[in-house]
Design a protein around this ligand. Structure first.
Ligand SMILES: [Zn+2]
Length: 181
């Protein structure tokens, strides 16, 4: 299985599916990616938008059930680490009463930053389903390194660009709104 696969903008999903056997499995058989969880991640991102925060949402799922959902609230918290993913990990850990989020997946509306990627890995989250690859290529290189298996932690699978247009539209409308204020 190739863990780090991204569909490039404009690339046909079927073509991408043929590129790796995993994608054949993932897209043709549906894999474990669930549209409903993405919808809820986007609802969270919209909550952030409505609070004048950069609109990013995250949902953590275990055994097909949502155990945490959160959005970026850095401005409200006046805290640099209050990213959607960190907020969701904190909630999920409280809920499971365990820092180990074994067998959990996270749905995010944008690729995690390196800080959140590290937290995801430390939490032992297995799969990251992301709507959009970060436009900063360096971000991708960094998180790719972080998600690799190391001597302590297992690797994390990242599947990105799964709902690009929706994420781009939301982010663009946020930054347009900021510019016009
Ligand atoms: Zn982050």
């Amino acid at each position: 299985m190739r863990a780090m696969e991204v569909i490039e903008p404009g690339q046909d999903r079927k073509v991408a599916a043929l590129r790796s056997s995993f994608h054949v499995h993932f897209f043709v058989y549906g894999g474990n990616m669930n549209t409903t969880f993405f919808n809820i991640a986007f609802e969270e991102a919209e909550n952030a938008f409505n609070n004048n925060e950069v609109p990013i949402g995250a949902v953590i799922v275990k055994d097909g059930e949502i155990i945490a959902k959160a959005y970026n609230n850095k401005e409200k918290d006046k805290c640099s680490i209050s990213h959607a993913e960190i907020n969701a990990i904190v909630d999920a850990s409280k809920k499971l009463d365990n820092w180990r989020l074994d067998d959990c997946d996270i749905y995010v509306t944008l690729d995690p930053c390196p800080m959140c990627a590290s937290a995801i890995k430390q939490a032992r989250i297995k799969n990251v389903y992301s709507a959009l690859k970060n436009k900063d290529n360096n971000n991708f290189k960094l998180i790719e390194e972080i998600f690799k298996k190391d001597t302590v932690n297992p690797s994390v699978n990242l599947f990105s660009n799964l709902d690009m247009e929706r994420s781009k539209k939301l982010l663009n409308s946020f930054f347009n709104k900021q510019r016009n204020n």
